[in-house]
Design a protein around this ligand. Structure first.
Ligand SMILES: C[S@@+](CC[C@H](N)C(=O)[O-])C[C@H]1O[C@@H](n2cnc3c(N)ncnc32)[C@H](O)[C@@H]1O
Length: 317
């Protein structure tokens, strides 16, 4: 199966994991397997990579790519279930965990998946091909819910008028395809704003995709689970693609690194919790060479954290 995706920060992200040749690694967003293959190239015969993706098409491509490779286990699932996924394979903690968030080029470029506003397709956008679809969001959410989604996840100033136009149009006939939705969004945006800042539907499509796949809702808990499943000395590396997910990862990492959970207005720490992680990469961008070759990586940021203590421990007592 052809799987078209150029791996972002391939060496850099895997360097961040400081791979041990006989270690256990999880690639939580394996996609076309670029990072998985890079990790594998640094393992000896005793090492293991668990390649996870929630998209059945990616999983089929991964099974084909790594057929006969005993050190790779391909699993279809959501990375928020990392604990269960590693447990089912009889693996304990991992020595390194990687997540390269968002959608793959394969998903974006496969018109019938409904992620793109450039190609006519049913409104779908489900990475896992199951559950709530973009059609359900666009046709089933109230105007207030749509405004919130488009404003929060698309950071679009015209969220209110886009949501209103969607509701007016769907009252005539359900909005079932991508190009009709893109056209409706266009008519909700003032002509002057349409000429600035890329395609007018870009932000709304991003917002609906994030909502459909519960990307930001699941992320904080998933980061905590991934960190919990690391061995001491292990590294969690995450590549983000927009400011909202990057902020979530930064805040979770900061909490592992500071340990203390006292409210900021407390004059002194009373919880006594000590750090369980040490932050390494703090939002590093791709190298200029990579940026020149692959414009889709321009918003990528790499963050990583090393686990220095098994659990947040309480001192004293
Ligand atoms: C940017 S691509 C990863 C590409 C991959 N690193 C490569 O080199 O080909 C993101 C992938 O993560 C998957 N994905 C996104 N969120 C996920 C989640 N919560 N659980 C599992 N997979 C997820 C998507 O289906 C997609 O295939």
């Amino acid at each position: 199966m052809d799987f078209n995706h150029v791996t972002v920060m391939k060496r850099r992200a895997v360097d961040a994991l400081s791979v041990k040749p006989d270690g256990v690694y999880a690639d939580c967003t394996a996609g076309g397997g670029g990072h998985t293959a890079e990790i594998l190239s640094r393992l000896n015969e005793n090492g293991t990579v668990v390649a996870i993706d929630q998209d059945p098409d990616a999983v089929a491509a991964l099974r084909e790519r790594f057929a006969g490779e005993e050190r790779v286990s391909v699993v279809q699932g959501n990375f928020s279930s990392i604990r269960q996924i590693l447990g089912n394979l009889g693996l304990g903690r991992a020595d390194g965990i990687l997540a390269d968030l968002g959608v793959s080029s394969h998903q974006l470029d496969t018109a019938e998946r409904g992620f793109s506003f450039h190609a006519e397709a049913p409104l779908d956008m489900r990475m896992s091909k199951s559950g709530l679809s973009a059609y359900d969001v666009v046709n089933g959410y109230t105007e207030a819910q749509l405004t919130r989604v488009i404003f929060e996840y698309g950071e679009d100033h015209f969220a209110k008028s886009i949501a209103r136009r969607i509701c007016e149009e769907r009252a005539k006939e359900p909005i079932a395809d991508t190009l009709r939705l893109a056209e409706i969004i266009k008519t909700a945006i003032p002509a002057r704003a349409r000429r600035e800042g890329g395609h007018p539907a870009r932000r709304t499509f991003q917002a609906i995709r994030i909502e459909t796949n519960r990307e930001l809702e699941l992320l904080p808990g998933a980061v905590r689970e991934m960190f919990a499943m690391l061995s001491v000395g292990g590294v969690l590396a995450i590549i983000t693609f927009h400011s909202l997910e990057d902020r979530i990862v930064k805040n979770e990492f900061r909490a592992f690194a500071s340990g203390c959970t006292c409210p900021s207005y407390f004059p002194v720490c009373t919880c006594g919790k000590t750090p369980s992680g040490r932050v390494r990469e703090k939002g590093a961008p791709p190298d200029p060479d990579e940026l020149a070759e692959n414009p889709r990586c321009r918003s990528a940021r790499l963050r990583s954290i090393e686990k220095i203590r098994d659990e947040t421990s309480v001192s004293g007592g």
